[in-house]
Design a protein around this ligand. Structure first.
Ligand code: SF4
Ligand code: SF4
Length: 382
């Protein structure tokens, strides 16, 4: 996902100081349908089915409510958002609500005519994901033949239509050697921004960690390449470099801090503080069919549970960084320590850190197992 800037246009809400501003961004997962099967997909293992998806009317209402709340940017995501036949209507509602619109797409379902229609409606930005610049490897990673060639064509259309373009390149041990060519590719297609995103190990990526985890040496080399490219390409390409938690000293503030900047709406309308939050047991999530976005943001139980710092245990509780990273990721803390209120094991101060990092380092040196591709589970027999 694109980095989201804060702005003085954010609406001041008469609430608790930790949520005194409206969320900057709304991540709208329009559908979990996707023709690709990336083994690192951040969608949940239990994908939502088409018959549970919000209607056009529901999504348009969400866009209006987001505008009223003071949200600045909407990220139209999935799955693959262009699988929705009503994408044009949803984009129109977002544009009419005054939102900056970012289409996060794998590109393979787009036609030039459809992209033209979206541009005419007012779409601002396209974030196009690539699996590799080596077409054969890219198609293997996504389990989709011809995908790499189509994405290249789509990047050309985006530029031709005058839309802003970000290339998103998730990086892992099976494409890491291509990084210099990925940077050249982003320049060649005229992207304004390149997101070199080392995989974050939740959901499908956690299932595939042994197949995806690079060695620390390989990771360090990517950091060097990205640093050099940032310097060399100043004024041509903005490069965002996302570090993998396993090789970092301190965790990232997950979603900028729980309930601080982002709302995530799933295809069926559940509103989450973070796209992986459904992995936390016992949390009840409000649905946009029952409650307005503003009320959910201010009063929703799930948003308030880990908002701010009062919920923290040691070592976070007395740590000087607690207002910087907010204890890292709750979902990772749960998945790897058994308690969502623990310090993220990605933090070097966590008592779980050493064991956690050791397993990943070992995996990175072993032969990579086959991918477990992201697929919809077979329907349970009725
Ligand atoms: S990561 Fe891959 S499988 Fe998941 S939504 Fe994106 S393109 Fe589809
Ligand atoms: S102890 Fe907690 S607050 Fe301190 S750096 Fe680690 S995760 Fe962040």
């Amino acid at each position: 996902m694109n980095e989201m800037s804060t702005s003085s246009h954010a609406v001041e809400l008469e609430a608790d100081p930790v949520c005194a501003r409206a969320p900057v961004g709304l991540l709208a997962e329009l559908t979990h349908r996707c023709p690709l099967q990336c083994p690192y997909c951040s969608n949940p293992l239990e994908l939502e089915r088409v018959n549970t998806e919000l209607s056009t009317e529901d999504w348009c209402r969400v866009m209006r409510q987001a505008g009223e709340l003071g949200v600045l940017q909407v990220h139209l995501s999935g799955g693959e958002p262009t699988a929705r036949k009503d994408l044009e209507e949803i984009v129109k509602a977002a544009v009419d609500a005054g939102l900056y619109t970012n289409l996060i797409t794998a590109g393979v379902l787009l036609t030039k005519e459809r992209l033209q229609r979206l541009a005419d409606i007012g779409l601002d930005h396209v974030q196009l994901s690539i699996q590799d610049v080596d077409a054969e490897n890219a198609d293997r990673i996504a389990a989709y033949k011809g995908g790499a060639a189509k994405k290249h064509e789509v990047a050309g259309w985006v530029k031709e239509l005058g839309l802003a373009l970000t290339i998103n390149a998730p990086l892992h041990r099976q494409n890491i050697a291509s990084l210099p060519r990925i940077i050249d590719y982003a320049v060649e297609v005229g992207a304004g921004r390149l997101e070199i995103a080392h995989i974050q190990y939740y959901a499908w990526a956690l299932k595939n960690r042994a197949a995806l985890m690079p060695t620390e040496e390989a990771f360090m080399e990517t950091a060097r390449i990205a640093r050099d490219a940032k310097e060399r390409l100043k004024g041509i390409l903005v490069i965002d470099f996302v570090v993998p938690d396993y090789y970092a000293k301190f965790p990232k503030p997950c979603m900028g801090g729980w309930g601080r900047g982002i709302m995530n709406v799933t295809p069926s309308g559940r509103v989450l503080p973070c796209h992986a939050a459904e992995s936390l047991p016992g949390l009840q999530f409000d649905n946009v069919k029952d409650r307005g976005l503003r009320e959910i943001w201010l009063e929703g139980d799930a948003f308030n549970l880990y908002r701010g710092t009062d919920w923290m245990k040691e070592p976070c509780k007395s740590c000087p960084r607690k207002e910087i990273d907010f204890g890292g990721c709750r979902c990772q803390a749960l998945a790897l320590t058994g308690d969502a209120a623990n310090t993220d094991p990605g933090c070097s101060l966590s008592p779980h850190h050493a064991d956690w990092a050791k397993v990943a380092r070992e995996e990175s040196h072993n032969a990579a197992p086959d991918f477990i591709y992201r697929r919809m589970a077979a329907k349970p027999a009725s």
